[in-house]
Design a protein. Structure first.
Length: 82
């Protein structure tokens, strides 16, 4: 499954949804390095990528979508809004 990326108004924070290395559905909030943003957006659309090559995973978990408390924290701390 291709990863699904969702940028935010918080310029460098992305919600990435897909499968982890064991094929479990997972989600990640990734803070992309400023100089790697364009490369990240391009490569994420092409297939499997190593997220830590592009920045720092702020938080992550298993399932299709992050829970509401995590969404609220990301909005409060990083300005990420879906």
């Amino acid at each position: 499954m291709l990863p699904s990326i969702q940028p935010s108004s918080a310029e460098r924070i992305f919600l990435v949804r897909g499968n982890d290395s064991t094929k479990r559905p997972a989600w990640y909030y990734l803070q992309v390095d400023r100089e790697k943003k364009t490369e990240f957006e391009t490569k994420a659309k092409l297939g499997q990528i190593q997220l830590t090559d592009f920045g720092k995973i702020v938080t992550s978990g298993y399932g299709e979508y992050p829970p509401n408390d995590v969404k609220k924290r990301m909005k409060d701390e990083y300005g990420f809004e879906e």
